[in-house]
Every structure is written in structure tokens, then in C-alpha cells.
Unconditional design. Sequence first.
Length: 255
Amino acid sequence: MRWIDTHAHLYAEEFAKDQQEVIGRAQEEGVERIFMPNVDGDSIDQMLETEHRFSFCRPMMGLHPCYVKKGFERTLYEVESWLNRRPFAAIGEIGTDLYWDKTFWPEQQEAFRIQVGWAIEKKLPVVIHCRNSFDETIELLKPFEGKGLRGIFHCFSGNKEQLDQVINLGFLAGIGGVVTFKNGGLDTILPDVSLDHLVVETDSPYLAPVPHRGKRNEPAYIRKVTDKLSQVLGVSEQELSERTSANADKLFGPG
């Protein structure tokens, strides 16, 4: 079986001491590709260095909403410069966040609109973060409907109505460690969803699945996610592997 981790911050400081070992464990579990979302201007060098060391680790380029601060335009300029310089798998991680800090909410919205516009212009998928801001994010996306926008709602943990909205927009839902949480809620809304609309992820080093919850996450733990997800959906892990990998290949490109 092959697995594609569609969201892992492998360049993060948490992996500085054992990145090679982490990659090795992921490969042993059948992880063939890992997609790395950028977060801000300071993360770019480490992300690209990780790509250089491990060619199956594919970078995205974007400005994460939690890093949108005063003067965010300078970082967006850097992001745009990189997008014009070389290929990236997607524009991400972008989006909105009203969980940590609402101070720069207007700036978050502006940064999101700008980056979505780039995605349409460059025909790239987007990888969207939205925490405590799902409805607001949907509203921000409405002006872009019908323009070929596609992508992933990363770390989906919403309700059935919200999942339907994701699917109706033509997006995929990224399923990670939350599916293993006792009160995560995904076990009640996913059984009726077609595999055509799902991809799997870890969000390493964050959101480790049970039984590693609260510890550092890593791409090898994708098997904890897929084991639980296959039970929830009532499908074999082989089918889950084939279908979610095909969805990722279709979105990001194969190989």
C-alpha cells in the first residue's frame, strides 16, 4: 500500500535532530510522498532544504493566517517572488484563523483573497486552514466560484453541513489525527461520504493521532489515521490507499 501525506511541516524545529530517522520511519510505513505547507517568510529556507534532501517531500508556498501581522505585505511579496521563480505543488497553507488572535482579521482576509487570486492565475490548488472561521472562509471563497479553484480544506473537523459545502465547492477534505479522537465527531459524518472527496494527512508535528495524542506527530503515524478511517468508512485499507492516493495525484500531479 502507498500513502500520501498531504500536509506535514517536516522542516519544523521539532524535526531538527532526527529528520532522517523520521523520513525513514515514514517510508517503512509506505509513505511515498509528503507535501509540505509553508507558513511564513522564515520557514522557506528550511522547507526548501528539506526538499533538497528528500526529493519526495514537495513544497507549497503561501502565508499562513496566524503569521499575518502588521506589514504582512512584505511577506506576501516574498511569497509571490518565489511563486514566479520555480514550481510549487500548491499555494498553502493559507486561510483564516479566529481561534488564536482576532487582531489582524481584516489583514487575514486580504492576504487570503490575494493568494487565492494567485492560485487561479497560476492554476494551482490551494490548501486552506480555517480554525473557528469556517463560515467566514466560505464567504471569502464565494466570489471565486466558477473560476477553476480547487484544493483541500486541511484538517477538516467540521459538521456534515460544512463537509457538504467543501464538496460542493469542488474541494477535498483533509482527514488527519482528529478522526482518531474519542470526541472528534468525524466518525458520525464520514460514513456516508464518497472516498472521491477525501485525502489523508498528519499535520506533523501537530495533532498526533491516538495513541500518540499530545506528543510530536510524524508522517509514519499516517497509518494510525488510515486504520481508524478505514474502520469508520467500512472500506479496506487497500481501497483507502488507492483512492486517497489517486485523489492526491489528481490534485497535485502524479509522481
